[in-house]
Write a protein that binds this ligand. Structure first.
Ligand code: PMP
Length: 414
């Protein structure tokens, strides 16, 4: 786990939980225990209010209107861009592009950057622990361009084989697209050194921050990545909003992605000139409410402090790992030295889905299956895992409920 800050404070988890109305839910006659945070986090009242406040008070299309509502909506939308810029340490606000999520961000880069820069024989390097959304867009590009997709192997403990990575890098490597934190294993990859090595061979680097942005401090300038993508819904924000960060000079030199309103400067039937960054990549009416509410989510995270959140989540991870390891036949998949608060496991002779259903009957939400990482599951020779992923509002008492629920499920299945 990430080092905890010695000056960190203990969060008042009870008070934090009160900010999340959904945590009062009763599921199957039991209080909800929500451990599916890596799929999507729950939303604090401030995020829910930001959406409803926008629609109740200043719903208007942005940028084009001169009326007051349009100006208010535009100001809130652009304030969110600045909040994201600060959240990830970007040098310029125009390097922050609103997307629908991580998936769209990766597809945008694969389409716009990829089609302009990849030629036959070029190599694109990904890792064996990528989410399907950081595999398939590159596969499509490679198929179109006759380029080659290469894969960094994953070690038995769930870390990347860095020796293999360095051997795979070469003059033909044009793109390295790597996940910072694995959604299936929890592994934190050493992206800074990965990026440095990629740059030494002249490759461009995209970091999939879908799982990292909520847990780790993100500083894209220090990291020196060329692209960084993440989704709002995995960091207490709404679905349908995400971010593509790109270095200004690269974004400027890239061709456009989608054509339409907002991304143009001037259109005639003969030719079109394109808008400046960031609007060049924001065709059409965006998810205005989502962008505005994303700022509320970042405010929520900043107010608590990521150091404090990490300290709490590290305690959850440590306790859950120790308790799970006591269960006979249980194997944790992914034992990297650096992990976020996520445990994936299998139990000998039991299908993960059966465990998921029996836990749901007790009000416990976990994810089961391949977690959109089928090649990784194949690497471990398993069909899937049970994954419990923790957020700041989870408690040690909830982990006790999970462990008791697992014992009960196993009894029923035996
Ligand atoms: N990458 C990783 C590591 C993820 O965990 C996810 C979501 N499970 C994605 C990409 C895709 O994110 P989204 O569905 O929000 O676009």
């Amino acid at each position: 786990m990430i080092l905890t800050n010695p000056t960190s404070i203990d969060l008042d988890i009870g008070a934090i939980r009160q900010q999340f109305p959904i945590l009062n839910r009763i599921v199957k006659n039991k209080p909800l225990v929500y451990f599916d945070n890596a799929a999507t986090t729950q939303k604090p009242q401030s995020v829910i209010d930001a959406i409803s406040h926008y629609y109740s008070n200043y719903n208007a299309n942005i940028h084009r209107g001169v009326h007051s509502l349009a100006e208010e909506a535009t100001a809130a939308y652009e304030a969110s861009r600045i909040a994201v810029q600060q959240f990830i340490g970007a040098a310029f606000s125009e390097e922050v592009i609103f997307t629908t999520g991580t998936t769209e961000g990766i597809n945008l880069v694969a389409y716009a950057w990829g089609r302009a820069n990849i030629v036959a024989g070029d190599e694109i390097l990904i890792s064996g622990m990528e989410h399907h959304s950081n595999i398939v867009p590159w596969q499509i590009l490679c198929n179109e361009k006759n380029a080659i997709l290469k894969v960094i192997p994953v070690l038995d403990n769930g870390e990347l084989s860095l020796i293999d990575y360095h051997n795979l890098l070469g003059p033909k490597t044009k793109m390295v697209a790597i996940v910072q934190v694995s959604n299936a294993l929890g592994t934190v990859n050493p992206v800074k050194s990965i990026i440095k090595a990629a740059h030494q061979v002249g490759a461009v680097v995209l970091i999939d921050g879908a799982q990292s942005a909520v847990h780790l401090d993100i500083d894209v300038q220090d990291m020196d990545c060329d692209f960084f993508v993440f989704s709002g819904h995995k960091l207490y924000g709404p679905t349908g909003i995400g971010i593509l960060y790109g270095k200004k000079n690269i974004l400027e030199s890239m061709p456009v992605f989608q054509g339409g309103g907002e991304m143009i400067k001037e259109v005639t039937f003969e030719r079109t000139t394109y808008n400046e960054l960031p609007y060049k990549y924001e065709a059409g009416t965006p998810n205005i409410a989502g962008a505005i509410a994303l700022k509320a989510a970042l405010d929520f995270l900043n107010d608590l402090g990521k150091d404090n959140i990490r300290k709490h989540e590290a305690a959850l991870l440590k306790y859950a790992t120790a308790q799970l390891e006591i269960i006979p036949g249980l194997t944790i998949i992914g034992k990297a030295r650096e992990k976020v608060s996520l445990v994936s496991f299998i139990i000998k002779g039991v299908h993960p889905q059966d465990i998921g259903v029996l836990l749901d009957n007790q009000g416990i939400a976990v994810r089961t299956g391949h977690h959109c990482t089928q090649p990784l599951m194949e690497r471990f020779d398993i069909a899937g895992t049970v994954r419990a992923s923790f957020a700041v509002y989870n408690t040690l008492a909830e982990i006790d409920v999970l462990i008791a629920g697992l014992w009960k499920a196993l009894k029923m299945l035996s």
